[in-house]
Design a protein around this ligand. Structure first.
Ligand code: AMP
Length: 418
């Protein structure tokens, strides 16, 4: 038997209703905030990700699915959606269109991570990108959109954690201070962090290893080293969140794994998720469009993991399937009329079923029960000839006689009542 790949999951028909609720709610919220859907490719040239995400990040160092194309060009399955969206934004010269430009995407991402609960190799993200303004209200819009979406889905115990990564100059001034602090604690750091101290020292702050956390408890904080410009921006974000009634928690360790962030960085977590507790995360990336060869273009966005939202979605948020009709067609004339009836019901917008293997009324009724249909139409040769059929309510077992041609209208009016 050929099996699926580790960390790459099938989403079976029983599970897809949960996914659809989330995707439809996400689309609805994105549209309320003025974001339009973009569909970007699943794979791109490797340099796009290396250059945008940063060569010294976990994703680029060890998590990308990279392979040579037939002509030798290095290609990569997208590990996230921002790089591709920015590439498309530049390639289609969207900066020449009226700003701001607001996009959202939903789709699979690929990272070679150690599979565990909430961490897969193929997973799905809903993300938004807001291009064209550095105004702090844009940061608040994307944070509020994610907060409102997750709240609308009734996910329990949400926390918004937020930090400011300052401007590039703020970070350049802060990093030597951090590195000199870390050098004093180097003996307490894990091997990974010792390496990161050289390549990406900020990441030492969000290492989950208890020894590293203890060692960096007293580390100087970037928020305490913000320029007046960055501090104003951050204060504005926080005060507008307060105006909207969205609670936040300052998390000075929140530095994000991707290089392109500046100023606002945030994450929405839930205590219900265990170790992988982030539902979605994002921030501002004012330099990225320029880094990838586009114009100066401030931007802010987030990506949320759909698997983790699916895991937390309360059962009552998932609607039960629509009421359906089972056509119990038997006998040569009944089967013929049944095919026509199924077609007519479906054309009227109803969900109509028949088990073609059943040849007796008894067998049909058993299948009608199993399939969970609300109604069954009993249609044998006699009914086909007379043009009137018996409709059985599968719950109450009540039966009534209805004209064959009237059935689509009959069911539509019944179903409207549910
Ligand atoms: P990131 O793009 O790393 O900022 O991640 C944004 C969100 O995507 C996270 O908060 C998770 O909800 C989700 N996510 C990231 N990596 C994975 C993964 N390997 N498996 C499942 N979800 C993930």
């Amino acid at each position: 038997m050929i099996k699926g790949i580790k960390g790459v999951k099938d989403i079976l028909p029983e599970e897809t209703p949960r996914w659809r609720v989330i995707e439809e709610t996400a689309r609805r919220w994105a549209e309320r905030y003025g974001f339009k859907e973009i569909r970007i490719p699943i794979f791109e040239v490797t340099t796009l990700f290396a250059r945008s995400i940063g060569t010294a990040t976990d994703i680029v160092e060890k998590e990308m699915y990279t392979f040579p194309d037939r002509d030798g060009t290095s290609l990569t399955l997208r590990p996230e959606g921002t790089a591709g969206t920015v590439r498309a934004f530049i390639e289609h010269n969207r900066a020449a269109d009226p700003l701001p430009q607001k996009y959202f995407y939903i789709g699979p991402m690929f990272r070679h991570e150690r599979p565990q609960a909430g961490r897969l190799r193929q997973f799905h993200q809903f993300g938004v990108e807001f291009f064209g303004t550095q105004d702090s209200k844009a940061d608040v819009d994307v944070i509020a959109l994610l907060w409102r979406l997750l709240s609308d889905l009734s996910l329990p115990d949400l926390t918004l954690e937020i930090n400011s990564l300052g401007t590039a100059a703020d970070r350049a001034a802060y990093l030597p201070i951090l590195v000199s602090f870390l050098k004093g604690r180097v003996g307490e750091l894990c091997d990974n962090c010792r390496r990161r101290m050289e390549t990406n020292p900020l990441r030492v702050l969000d290492c989950k290893v208890p020894g590293c956390r203890a060692a960096t408890e007293e580390a100087p904080q970037l928020v305490a080293h913000l320029s007046p410009e960055a501090k104003n921006h951050f204060d504005d974000v926080l005060s507008t969140l307060a105006v909207l009634g969205i609670p936040w928690q300052l998390n000075p360790r929140l530095v994000r794994g991707l290089d392109y962030y500046c100023l606002t960085a945030f994450e929405i977590t839930s205590t219900h998720l265990g170790a992988q507790n982030a539902l979605g995360a994002g921030g501002r990336y004012d330099g990225l469009v320029e880094t990838l060869g586009g114009p100066v273009m401030p931007a802010v966005g987030f990506a949320a993991g759909l698997e983790r939202i699916v895991m937390m979605l309360p059962e009552q948020s998932v609607p039960t399937p629509q009421a359906t009709v089972y056509v119990a067609a038997f006998g040569a004339g009944g089967i013929q009329a049944g095919a026509r009836l199924l077609d007519a019901l479906r054309l009227a917008g109803l969900s109509a079923h028949c088990d073609y293997r059943a040849s007796t009324l008894k067998a049909h009724l058993r299948q009608a029960d199993r399939s969970g249909c609300r109604f069954a139409v009993l249609l044998g040769d006699d009914e086909a000839t007379s043009g009137s059929v018996v409709v059985r309510n599968m719950d109450s077992k009540a039966q009534e006689t209805v004209a064959l041609l009237d059935l689509p209208r009959h069911f539509l009016s019944l179903i409207k009542g549910f």
